[in-house]
Design a protein around this ligand. Structure first.
Ligand SMILES: [Fe+2]
Length: 589
């Protein structure tokens, strides 16, 4: 059975993943090891860790598969540069340097860095890597597929279907595509940049901000992303610069239409005219994105008549759009993988090569996101002892951690192998009581150091989810990896104030016992004490840093922030009481 290493690199979110004997063995994003957020470098640390983890030498690999076709991508960069000349003359040398410095010579880089013969290096088309991550990672045997992102080689949006036959043979066909520069990802990113957030990073902020505004500019955005008769759309490129200069994504024409863009350092005061205007602009682009995606998905449902839809690409991180697709497009199940963005393509490309190139019969993959490096809690004990901090071990960390949470303290919670993808799903999480708005403010100011308008997410055991959240059929499944945004039931909004967004929604994680027994037990035990089995669950990192990977990184974050208690495996470290943060109103009697 083949041993296949998948790699994504050179754009953003580089990663490596290993599939052996038809099963994923491990996958990790380079940023978690290099500690450089969204690290796009060739993922040498991730590759090395994957090979070490599996006990393999590079020469034992049957294939190394890269997540896109560099020549096609180079062709696109070159074509766009020539088409845009002379306006592209400034960006042209940079694009060429990028292409010549890495993107184009991937085969040589892989061969020289890993010592793998050129004949064993394969290339998967970018959207097929996204599609494979979504479809082959899902429990579906036949599904429609919709991939949408910024851009890969040429495609920005792909539609197709995947099928597993009775003998396990996989077919995955993307039959229609929309090409660069007409891109939903680029549309959203251009508004992300206009609103003063970092592209490929601040898209969440636009979605969070959207809930505070009204879609007053939706007509303009509809003109900018004009619908075409085939169900697609075409961008009016005069509003954008991403395809030309690439110094900023939006053009002066967008500024003329909407007013001055926000500078990154400008605070967002929602009570000010500018703050309200930015929120309205965010709401407008969010609405139009949803309209286009729902429409495309509805048409795809009509054409295929299938029950299942698999979503992939960075646009599938938009939980509001995902939830609308689930409710409105006609599919019974909408699957979103734990890593729909480019990091997940490393695993997608490896699975695609395994199932299609090598013909390994498909079998359903384990349904969990925990493919990263394990935790060594001994590191933590040693560090805490050196610093003289109170340290304890508990055969079962659930009861003492529940007590801390009930007392209103903030807990760093690290367990087992880290998650693949951008969400902390109970292995590298910061947990807190979700009941009062005070906790949201404390976390925003003293731990996460982020904008007040951004919401925090809750986690709830699967058996209890429907009591607190208004989940449509298929919603609990979508919420497994926090992929959908759903309403908090009206009667619970006040008691779940720290995790209820201004529009009454939340990006809930529905935790199944089989997927994560200890986190599930923690939620249940917290429910027994507090009456509500819901905890605030935010990623274990500080602003601008990747999510922590090792116990030592967790400890460093704990020391530098307002986290009161760190629980890593069965080891607990406390801050000295006089230094502990506490929100009195959060305490549950
Ligand atoms: Fe992508």
């Amino acid at each position: 059975m083949p041993r296949v290493l998948g790699i994504s690199a050179h754009y953003h979110d580089a990663a490596a993943a290993l599939v052996v004997d038809g099963e994923p063995v491990c996958a990790v994003q380079e940023e978690r090891l290099s500690r450089r957020k969204n690290d796009p470098s060739f993922p040498l640390n991730a590759v090395e860790w994957c090979l070490d983890f599996a006990g393999l030498q590079p020469e034992e690999l049957d294939a190394v598969v890269f997540y896109e076709k560099p020549m096609l991508k180079f062709e696109r960069i070159l074509t766009m540069a020539l088409r845009g000349f002379p306006r592209t003359w400034q960006s042209f040398p940079r694009a060429m340097k990028n292409a010549l410095g890495g993107k184009l010579w991937v085969k040589g880089i892989i061969a020289s860095q890993l010592g793998v013969a050129g004949a064993r290096i394969l290339f998967a088309e970018h959207h097929r890597s996204h599609a494979a991550m979504s479809f082959l990672g899902s429990p579906s045997r036949e599904a429609a597929i919709l991939v949408a992102d910024g851009v890969g080689e040429w495609a920005t949006l792909s539609l197709g279907r995947g099928k597993v036959s009775v003998d396990g043979a996989v077919s995955l066909e993307l039959t229609r595509e929309l090409r660069f520069p007409h891109s939903l990802g680029m549309l959203y990113s251009a508004f992300t940049s206009y609103l003063g957030f970092e592209v490929n990073e601040g898209e969440y902020k636009v979605m969070g901000l959207a809930a505070h505004g009204k879609p007053a500019h939706a007509e303009l955005v509809r003109r900018i992303a004009r619908r075409t008769s085939d169900g697609g759309f075409a961008l009016d490129l005069s509003y954008f610069d991403f395809h030309l200069a690439a110094r900023r994504s939006h053009s002066q024409k967008l500024v003329d239409a909407l007013g001055p863009a926000r500078e990154p350092w400008e605070p967002i005061d929602l009570a000010s005219p500018d703050g309200a205007r930015w929120a309205d602009i965010a709401a407008s682009v969010q609405l139009v994105l949803e309209e286009i995606l729902v429409d495309l998905a509805q048409k795809l449902h009509g054409e295929t008549g299938l029950d299942d839809l698999c979503l992939g690409g960075g646009v599938a991180l938009n939980g509001l759009a995902n939830a609308r697709i689930l409710r409105e497009a006609g599919f019974r199940n909408v699957y979103v993988p734990c890593a729909p963005g480019d990091a997940g393509c490393a695993l997608g490309a490896a699975l695609l090569a395994d199932r299609v190139h090598f013909g390994t019969p498909h079998r359903e993959l384990p349904q969990h996101p925990y493919w990263g490096p394990d935790l060594d809690a001994n590191e933590l004990a040693q560090l805490a002892r050196e610093d003289g901090l109170p340290l304890s071990h508990a055969a079962d960390p659930v009861p003492p951690v529940v007590q801390e949470l009930v007392d209103g303290r903030v807990v760093g919670w690290m367990q087992g192998r880290s998650e693949l993808g951008p969400r902390a799903l109970g292995h590298r999480s910061i947990l807190a009581a979700p009941h009062g708005a005070g906790m949201r403010e404390l976390l925003n100011r003293k731990i996460k150091c982020r904008e007040e308008f951004r919401p925090f997410a809750p986690a709830v055991p699967a058996e209890r989810a429907a009591e607190y959240f208004d989940l449509p059929p298929g919603g609990a499944q979508m919420a497994r990896y926090m992929s959908g945004i759903f309403p908090v039931r009206r009667e619970w909004r006040e008691r779940l104030a720290a995790v209820t967004h201004v529009d009454g929604t939340s990006r809930v994680q529905v935790v199944e016992r089989a997927m994560e027994p200890r986190f599930h037990a923690l939620l249940e035990a917290y429910g027994e004490r507090s009456g509500i089995p819901v905890l605030l669950n935010t990623s274990f990192n500080l602003a601008g840093e990747p999510i922590v990977q090792t116990a030592a990184e967790g400890y460093s974050t704990f020391r530098r922030s307002g986290i009161d208690v760190l629980a890593a495996g069965t080891t607990l470290v406390h801050k000295r009481r006089e230094g502990a943060q506490r929100v009195e109103e959060e305490a549950v009697a």
